[in-house]
Design a protein around this ligand. Structure first.
Ligand SMILES: [Zn+2]
Length: 308
């Protein structure tokens, strides 16, 4: 028989974390998104649906809430069963080479939503961007610009949207016609867009970004990007449970919502719901100002980003 050390080396690759979860009847609440499984933590037994994350390709897990720890399949089996090395080795050997597990698809994604993946020809040189202090090159990088065609994006400044893995899923449109804005609001989104699972710009952030600015809309993200400050936009003023679980993985958040009444109220609420899980600060913008209305110097000073 192999020494236990070598047996574990084999079991770590032969037994997937998902087959342990499946064997224990723990799979149903888990959702698969790309290479990751998300679900409540079976180790501490919480009910936060984003607490426990499994990397399928690396066969590693991590609990981002109470346990704040992670590991490989051997450690998971030990923690779940509170068993000895020998018992764990026997248990995992019984699961080796099981067929792949099937998962639920994310309930946040409406199956009737049809991603629009074609790339549109947009004009990033329009005065709109200059008025917001956004360089045409930045707008281009963010795949944003005036759409000169007809249909959904007619008379809009379009902004390309991506899912959490960075796959393009369509465009949001910022209306530019004043009467349209008054009647329908500033933004239009594709029908059935799973907006609650989107954080604008998330896929462009570096892994291990220590501090993140949270703004309402893409223009703020673009302005901050020009200053080398990482940011995401909520595409509104609400934080969904999925967005919450993504945001709390960052060690420090700075909320920079618009300086209007709804923005201020939302900012205080969001700080309350995130403060239990991460370090959250609020920045109050001058009354009536959005991040794209103020100067670069003011943005840097207010964010406090470089003085952390
Ligand atoms: Zn846990």
């Amino acid at each position: 028989m192999l020494p236990i050390r070598l047996r574990f080396a084999y079991l770590k690759t032969a037994v997937s974390i998902s087959s342990v979860l499946a064997d224990k009847g723990l799979i149903p609440p888990f959702k698969k998104r790309g290479d990751h499984l998300f679900g409540p933590c079976p180790v501490h037994g919480g009910d936060n649906p984003g607490a426990f994350v499994v990397s399928l390709s690396k066969n590693l897990w991590y609990c981002f809430t109470k346990c704040n720890t992670g590991g490989d399949v051997v450690r998971l089996a030990q923690l779940l069963d509170n068993s000895s090395y020998t018992q764990t080795a026997h248990y995992l050997a019984s699961l080796a080479d099981r067929p792949p597990v099937s998962y639920n698809s994310p309930d946040s994604i409406d199956h009737t939503f049809q991603p629009f993946t074609r790339r549109l020809d947009l004009d990033s040189s329009v005065p709109w961007f200059r008025q917001k202090g956004i360089h045409p090159q930045t707008a281009k990088t963010f795949e944003s610009g005036a759409y000169h065609g007809t249909g959904f994006l007619a008379d809009c400044i379009a902004v390309r949207l991506h899912d959490q893995q960075g796959n393009p899923i369509g465009y949001a449109g910022r209306r530019t016609n004043t009467s349209d804005v008054l009647e329908h609001g500033k933004w239009k989104f594709p029908r059935r867009l799973p907006k609650k699972s989107i954080l604008y710009n998330l896929h462009r952030l570096k892994i291990n970004t220590p501090c993140l600015i949270v703004v309402e809309c893409p223009w703020g993200v673009m302005r901050l990007a020009q200053l080398g400050i990482p940011a995401v936009a909520l595409l509104g003023i609400q934080v969904s449970p999925i967005q919450h679980d993504i945001l709390v993985r960052f060690p420090r958040l700075i909320l920079m919502l618009d300086g209007d009444h709804p923005g201020r109220v939302a900012s205080a609420q969001i700080q309350r719901i995130l403060a239990d899980s991460t370090d959250v600060h609020q920045v109050l913008l001058p009354q009536g100002k959005d991040p794209d209305d103020i100067s670069d110097d003011q943005l840097i000073a207010l964010s406090g980003y470089f003085s952390l």
